[in-house]
Design a protein. Structure first.
Length: 170
């Protein structure tokens, strides 16, 4: 007997600002994987600017199931376990495809490479693409002060290859 290791991802709509509550409720069921791509931005508070994480797509979470989709409504396995999520108070709806049917997010093939949407989001989040907090300057890169023009007295990192004609002083 072979085991099914493929994860079928579904987009689930939650109530407004209830993503974390929905995650807790879905994980309590113990049958599904849950993923919410997060972005990090700076927010002004009384304590200064602090990094805060928010869902990249508000009110959307991704739920993974190892149970393959059921195409036949007359099947004894129907309904699919993903429909249990509709009974949770923080879940509003399952994202539906053509004909009003609930389908998993299908991978696409680009230039012969299979690309899974959720795995691609996970990789991009791990690479820091959704982290919008300022980065510290690179060691060894000189800081310059603009002496002329509208940007006078502005301290910045400047690359001479991009701005060779600007009057910069060290």
């Amino acid at each position: 007997m072979t085991t099914n290791t493929t994860t079928y991802w579904y987009a689930v709509e939650t109530r407004a600002r209830a993503e974390h509550r929905a995650i807790a409720e879905i994980e309590a069921l113990g049958e599904f994987q849950v993923y919410v791509p997060m972005e990090t931005r700076l927010r002004r508070t009384r304590k200064g600017r602090v990094p805060v994480s928010h869902p990249l797509m508000p009110s959307i979470i991704f739920v993974g199931s190892t149970v393959p989709p059921i195409a036949d409504v007359n099947s004894p396995d129907y309904p699919h376990p993903i429909f249990k999520l509709l009974k949770l108070p923080s879940v509003r709806a399952l994202t539906r495809g053509a004909g009003g049917m609930v389908h998993p997010i299908q991978p696409i093939t680009v230039d012969g490479w299979r690309q899974d949407f959720v795995e691609n989001l996970r990789a991009r989040e791990a690479a820091g693409e959704f982290d919008f907090t300022p980065r510290p300057p690179v060691e060894g890169q000189p800081r310059k002060v603009f002496k002329k023009g509208d940007l006078s007295d502005l301290m910045a990192l400047a690359r001479r290859t991009l701005f060779p004609d600007l009057a910069l002083a060290a």
